[in-house]
Design a protein around this ligand. Sequence first.
Ligand code: PXG
Length: 434
Amino acid sequence: MSKNLDAYWMPFTANRQFKQAPRLISRADGMHFWTPDNRQVLDSIAGLWCVNAGHARPKIVEAIRQQASEMDFAPPFNMGHPKQFELAERLVKLTPPGLDKVFYANSGSEAVETALKMALAYHRARGEGQRTRLIGRERGYHGVNFGGISVGGMVANRKMFGTLLAGVDHIRHTHDPRNAFSKGQPEHGAELADDLERLVALHDASTIAAVIVEPVAGSTGVLLPPKGYLERLRSICDKHGILLIFDEVITGFGRLGSPFAATHFNVTPDLMTVAKGLTNGSVPMGAVFAHQKIYDAFMNGPEHMIEFFHGYTYSGHPLACAAALGTLDTYADDGLLTRGSKMAATFENAVHSLKDMPNVVDIRNMGLVGGIELAPIPGEPGKRAFSVFLDCWEKGLLIRTTGDTIALSPPLIIENKHIDQIIGTVSDALKRAA
Ligand code: PXG
C-alpha cells in the first residue's frame, strides 16, 4: 500500500492531524472492522449510520457481484431497467400509506436537494408558485449541498459558504436542558413546533413551500422530538398548506426500531428523504418518497413532455438497485427493521449506565441510537469528546463524536456482548478523559 497520504484531501476530517497518525481500516465483516495490520475494531456506529445489517452481508455482496457482470450501467433518462421498478415497488410497501412514489438519487445530500426542488415545483404546478420559502430548523443537518446547508442549522457547515439560498428561515431546535437524561422522547417542548406559527405570522403562509426536519436529529448530537412535537408540526403544516419533509437519512431503515421514523411516531410527511441504510452503505444511493398527491400534481402537462426537470446520471444505478434489493432481503431475513425495538430497552439501560461518569451532562436515546453529551473543556469545544474517540479507537472500538457528544448507532444485528464492550470501553475512556 502507498504510504504517501498527501494527495487525498479528506472530507470532514482534520487532515493534518489524521496524516500525522492515520487511522486506516481495510476489511469489514459483521460488527467489525479490521486495520491493515489486522487489529479488530468493533463498529458502534454502523460505519456512519448506514451499515444497518452489519458488514459484508452475503446477499448484498452477491447481488452487487452479479449485477456488475450482468449490466454495469443503464442510462436513467427515457430508459429503465427492471430492478429500478422492482426496488421502487418493494420500497413503497414499507413506507407509510400515501408515500407511494420513489425518486432515486445517490446520497442523502442529493435526496434533500431533490425533495426541496419537488416541493417548490409542486406548488408551482398547482398554481401556487408564490410559495417559494423553505423552512429548516436550527441544529438541523441535511447534507452539504447548497439547499441542504441553507435549510440546515449547523453554523460550521454554513458560515464559510456565502449567502446560501435566499428566502430560507429556521424554526427553533428542540434541545432543552430541562429534558436532560430523558429516556426516549422527552416530556418538555411540544410547543416548540408553534415556532412555525411565528414564521407564518412573519412571512405569511402563502409564501412558504415546505418545512424540513429530521424526526430525530443525528449529526447535531442525537436530539429527540419532544412528545407531541411532530404531531403538532404536522397539524400546523396542514392548516397552512405547507409541505412537511422528513429527512430520514439516519432514521430510515430500522434505526429507531421501526422501518421509518414516520412509522415509529405515526406522523406521515409529504416527502421523505432516505439514503445510508437503503443499500446498507454498500453502494451510494439516496431516494425521495413522495406522496401520491405530489406526483399527481406533476402529471398535468402534455404527455410527451418531461414533467420534472431533475435527475442524476446515476439515478437508479444498476449496482445501487441490486445492492438495495439485497439489503431489503437481508433486513427481511433477519427482521432487522424492527429488531431495534427488541434491543431498545437493553441499549437504553446500557447507555444510561454512563450517567455518573466524569463530565457526562446528558444522555439521550431511542431505538438503537444513543447520544452521550460531555461538558466541553473550557475554551476548547469538541476536544474532550475527540480524545475519547481516539482512546476508544486505540482500545478497538470505533465511535463517532460531534461537538462534545458521543453518538452511538450500532448495526442493528448488535448482541448484548457488543453492547457490554461498547459501554466498558467508553466508560474507561471517559475516566481517562476526566
Ligand atoms: N440528511 C441527514 C439527516 C443526514 O444525517 C445527510 C442528509 C447527507 O447524506 P450524505 O449521504 O450526502 O452524506 C445526512 C448525513 C455524523 C454524520 O457524524 C452524519 C451524516 C454525514 C456525515 C456525518 O453524524 N449524515
